[in-house]
Design a protein around this ligand. Sequence first.
Ligand code: ATP
Ligand code: MG
Length: 448
Amino acid sequence: MYPDSDSCRIVPRDQHGISRANISENALKVLYRLKQEGYQSLLVGGGVRDLLLGREPKDFDVATDARPEDVRRVFRNCRLIGRRFRLAHVHFGPEIIEVATFRGGGGELEDDGERHLENGMIVRDNLYGTREEDALRRDFTVNALYYNIADFTVIDYAGGLEDLQAGRLRLIGDDPERRYREDPVRMLRAVRFAAKLGFNIDPDCERPLRAWSSLLGGVPAARLFEEVLKLLHSGAGLVGFEKLRHYDLFRQLFPATEECLAHEDHAFPITFVSRGLANTDRRIQEDKPVTPAFLFALLLWEPVRRRFFTLVDRGLEPHDAMVQAGGEVLSAQLSRVSIPKRFSLPMREVWELQPRFEQLDGKQPHRLAAHPRFRAAYDFLVLRAECGEADPELADWWTRFQEASGLDREGMTGPARKKRRRRRPRAGPGGEGAETRGKPSTGGRDGG
Ligand code: ATP
Ligand code: MG
């Protein structure tokens, strides 16, 4: 029945747990339609893996022997994307079903017209292949399982079912280092799946991670942005962050932050990032919105904060110091992990509003509370205060201010208010800002 059936394990429909009831209607539409047109049509990747684990898949990927142009002919609502990998995206409102043509590349990689390598790294791969070849060029065995819509079987070419059962992440093939070299992002994917699924990374695949972490330096910053986001917005961001640091991958992505975390006598910078990520994980689990702007504000805050104090000590006004510190840290960061402007602008606003929380007199608090980024900036302040880096009384004041009625707000900010002195956020001995700790406020200048 299958020309390649001795090289794979085929599990009949009554012996696996995948039910069509758990597959999105749109994915089923795509699968059936391709089959009707005479093509092979299978669900693959995270969708199959998660369904077999009894988890809700994040999205559904389809594999087929139809070429991207064929897929476009079959679906009106289809767009072809990608240069590195040409893919068809079939759009159903907000849901996109990704349809990929079987690709070759499991064996020794060669450079030719359709596949282009640079220093062993795949930079273009549009060499089509058989279904088996398609399975073997995938990253982890558990990501190379297929669900065939023709007969509802599960097909396993790489031992993924056994690894799934064992909770083990294993790269396909017998040379993990070569697989990481071909595509260093697989190192981040290893961390992501280990964190998200609670799987162990196979020792042979785990060993090269630390040694090869610098390979990430060769990956375009825009691609790393996507991967970092998937990892830290996976719902298991805190564990992902800890694993990234464990394998020294974090340093490649956020060198300035790692520098601060590695040489920190006080616990609050790591507490701050960890708590922020735990909050983010909770929000994702509760289906609340999260934004990359807040995530990156969190990750880069410690280098920004330190630079801020250096600049304030040199005599800059707090607002100017924060603008400059944010700009410097961001521009250094962009060479590693790019952050699109639509996220970096609000991220910088969250930082730039922080010194303004110190101004509690007159019209300033009212203006600040009306700022479009106020809520995110306030959440950021509360997090800082929880970690002992900002004044908890200040955060409480702002909590009360928000809850107060208009008249009470006037009372909180009116002339009766005793002039408040800025308490400088704590810094470790020898850390920037340590020598001026406890100094009075550097001024009540309006930051906006
Ligand atoms: P998620 O649940 O996060 O979507 P996923 O495994 O589906 O996880 P995708 O990024 O959607 O991940 O990729 C779909 C599939 O494409 C993967 O399961 C894997 O088979 C293959 N794949 C993705 N990225 C790579 C890569 N860098 N190298 C090899 N195969 C990959
Ligand atoms: Mg997927």
